[in-house]
Design a protein around this ligand. Structure first.
Ligand code: ADP
Ligand code: ZN
Ligand code: ZN
Length: 734
């Protein structure tokens, strides 16, 4: 018998956002005629288990591991054009491999949430309504049985204007009815605002040098680190380079920490460039984010200002990637797909063959190391821009000194004289709430969280005790639950407590407190920033929210209330983070024409980190810290991966990690397997937490080892009862 082969219909490989390291095979839709073409980058709706999911087509193949009769068909094709291009896929596949994270979840990260949900890939344009040909001719009285429609028609005929569905007075039902009758038609308008761009500032010699270096490399990959002291005009450098990129008709992706991506910064960009600028961050609505994403992808927008999650946005005509405040920990995603936006930005620039510019006053040790070994080119801004001068840092020894809500007398005196000159004061304390501990004077009882190894924090204004790790909370007790004493005392200092004391110390001054508790409400942070910039507030008090990026020209005195609590962390990143915090917070002082002072209250005035930083500055500190890391064989001179696991009982977690460790230790190679040990916070939200650290001087050896054992890890019996995750290049060891 002749072997008559019918051409088999291709099998579609689909990426679906589930925690499995594989693609899923589907047959073509049963009815292809009405749908579009299947090609990589198209979203499809597919049956998955008992439900349907949205996935992205990654490719077509002729064979599948699944027998043909068990393959299901695609339910629906959702796009007519691919949403992601080959170069997007290349990046996402690379990231999936590097972070050992399932491709489906990585691909989902690249999409705004509405596209993940399968909604149409069109930005909601504002629809307005105007009279149709017919609507002009109809006599309103004909609609006398529908008085609202009659009124609306009469109004439109009288004014010859367009209406939006949400125009005040426009009755939605009447609008719809008139539309159905053909008296109205839809028009879509894209508002075209007119910008009058401001001219660039005259760049300093160092700024010019930085601008020229990057601009000379447009059109090819190269990585730059702009190390510019606080207030040196890094943003001005970015903007002048961006102007060159725009001139070539190319686009720019600017990534920033959420906290610095303020309306004020956005305005600075809008004032400068007469192009479409879109933003992408968590405070926007889903449809605003979709709009921004589509606009960059189509080329309608020339600049995207976004946070970490904007990193993967497709670009029609990529020209440059900028990542400001590159040392900022917010560039590392800490859950799910744990990626470093800084590291992926470098990879993306390389793939796109465009320059990438990292900027910071306090560069990460990783980036400085990359400068040392010639991977990044260093650009320096050593002085503040304009007439501003560097702030003067002083250690204030508070040993044996009386404190009023954590403030020493010399500091209070300095605050008084600063305020008397009409200048602003900024106080920094990285602890929100009233006090971190509630203790009983009678019996020593301490308010602990029932779910975490942590104390409950006093929130006096709301009269609550709250856990900052699991958010559980309870009423502030009047009596000690252990002994019934009324003598319950707050211990330690939080921003709320300082705010209270400031009110009695400085009754005539307006205090603005900026922390997570006061800025919850949408628009609150912007409101307070405006208040500060208008000079309506004279004392600004807050947590790390204050540390970054902000430009407060009126602030001349900055005080870090409690530096000591940062000096005793067990994490090897702690010194770097503390130094960055000191320089960044201090950098808010004296940014305009009046010189600034920075006071660090400490009981450790001889601490080597503090004295080194203050006498020689961040660059010297960082280079020394890097040398120390090298001696200790710590990152960036070695590479780490952290496996974390947790469950509601400790036993299975330990069993699991011991089994993982055994798998990893089977091979004798250059990978050290350290642990398992319990996490620094051993119990959190009722979960017992342990971790296993892998470290190797050879990145490839580490990744090969992981590749070899990851499939086996999933097979460990205890893996079913614990939750575990893998963190490549962890920045927090817990
Ligand atoms: P950074 O981002 O380095 O902290 P900014 O870009 O916010 O600093 O600049 C600080 C201030 O200096 C801003 O008010 C900015 O307008 C001003 N500035 C920057 N470059 C110049 C320049 N070349 N001449 C005058 N002022 C400048
Ligand atoms: Zn008691
Ligand atoms: Zn808790």
């Amino acid at each position: 018998m002749a072997n008559c082969e019918t051409p088999r219909s291709p099998i579609v490989q689909v990426a679906i956002a589930v925690p499995l390291h594989r693609l899923f095979d589907y047959l073509l839709p049963l009815d292809l005629s009405s749908d579009g073409v299947i090609e990589p980058g198209i979203r499809v709706r597919v049956p998955f288990g008992k439900h349907y999911k949205t996935g992205i087509v990654m490719g077509l193949t002729q064979t599948s591991d699944i027998p043909p009769e068990r393959l299901k068909a695609i339910e629906q094709i959702l796009d007519t054009q691919p949403l992601l291009s080959d170069s997007d896929f290349k990046l996402l596949s690379w990231a999936s491999r590097y972070y050992h994270h399932p491709l489906g979840e990585v691909v989902a990260t690249a999409l705004p949430v509405t596209l993940r949900q399968g909604k149409p890939a069109v930005a909601a344009t504002e629809i307005r309504y105007m009279l149709s040909e017919q609507g002009h001719q109809v006599i309103p009285e004909q609609l006398s049985r529908a008085p609202r429609q009659q009124a609306l028609l009469a109004r439109l005929q009288a004014t010859a204007t367009t209406l939006a569905a949400d125009t005040p007075g426009a009755d939605k039902a009447a609008l719809k009815a008139l539309l159905a009758k053909g008296f109205l038609c839809e028009v879509s308008v894209t508002p075209a605002p007119v910008y009058q761009p401001k001219p660039a500032l005259a760049a300093s010699a160092e700024q010019q040098m930085a601008i020229a270096s990057v601009s000379a490399d447009l059109g090819r990959f190269s990585a730059f680190l702009l190390e510019g002291v606080t207030g040196s005009g890094k943003t001005e450098v970015y903007m002048q380079i961006i102007a060159d990129v725009l001139q070539r008709g190319l686009q720019v992706l600017v990534l920033l920490p959420e906290i610095t991506l303020t309306p004020q910064l956005e305005q600075r960009f809008r004032d400068r460039f007469a192009v479409a600028i879109v933003c992408y961050h968590s405070k926007l609505t889903d449809s605003q984010r979709l709009h921004a994403w589509l606009a960059l992808r189509s080329g309608d927008a020339a600049i995207l200002l976004g946070t970490r999650s904007a990193l993967f946005t497709p670009m029609a005509k990529p020209g440059l990637i900028i990542l400001d405040e590159e040392h900022d920990p917010s560039f590392k995603q800490q859950e799910g797909f744990r990626f470093s936006a800084r590291d992926v930005a470098i990879a993306r620039a390389k793939m796109l063959d465009v320059p990438v510019l990292l900027g910071s006053a306090t560069p990460s040790l990783e980036s400085l190391y990359n400068v040392q070994r010639g991977r990044y080119r260093l650009l320096t801004l050593s002085a503040r821009a304009g007439h501003a001068v560097a702030p003067q840092f002083t250690l204030l020894d508070i040993r044996n000194k009386p404190l009023d809500a954590g403030l020493s007398e010399p500091l209070i005196a300095l605050m008084r004289s600063t305020l008397a000159q009409g200048q602003q004061v900024l106080l920094f304390l990285n602890r929100r709430g009233f006090a971190p501990v509630l203790i009983c004077h009678g019996c020593g009882w301490v308010a602990r969280c029932g779910h975490c190894d942590a104390n409950l924090v006093i929130h006096a204004g709301e009269r609550r005790l709250r856990c900052h790790h699991c958010n559980s909370e309870q009423r502030l007790p009047d009596l000690c639950p252990a002994c019934g004493s009324v003598e319950l005392h707050p211990l330690g200092m939080g921003t709320e407590r300082i705010e209270q004391s400031l009110a009695s110390l400085f009754p005539d001054q307006t205090v603005v407190r900026l922390d997570r508790d006061t800025t919850q409400r949408k628009g609150a942070l912007e409101h307070y920033l405006d208040k500060i910039n208008q000079g309506e507030a004279s004392i600004i008090l807050g947590t790390q929210m204050l540390a970054k990026g902000h430009h407060f020209p009126g602030v001349t005195l900055v005080a870090i209330v409690d530096i000591d609590s940062g000096l005793f962390s067990i994490d090897f990143h702690a010194a770097e983070k503390l130094a960055q915090m000191i320089v960044q917070v201090g950098g808010r002082a004296g940014r305009a024409d009046k010189p600034g002072r920075v006071i660090l209250q400490t009981r450790q005035p001889e601490h080597p980190l503090l004295t080194m930083l203050l006498t020689q500055g961040y660059p010297a500190f960082a280079r020394l810290a890097l040398a120390e890391r090298q001696q200790a064989g710590l990152p960036p001179f070695s590479h780490q991966a952290l496996i974390r696991a947790h469950a509601s009982h400790a036993g299975p977690v330990q069993q699991f990690l011991h089994a993982v460790a055994a798998l990893l230790r089977q091979f004798d190679s250059q990978v050290a397997v350290l642990g398992p040990v319990s996490a620094p916070m051993a119990r959190r939200a009722g979960q017992f937490r342990f971790q296993l650290l892998l470290q190797s001087p050879n990145r490839q050896a580490l990744h090969q080892r992981l590749d070899a054992v990851l499939p086996a890890i999933a097979q460990i019996k205890a893996a079913k009862t614990v939750r575990w995750s893998l963190d490549i290049d962890p920045v927090d060891l817990y």
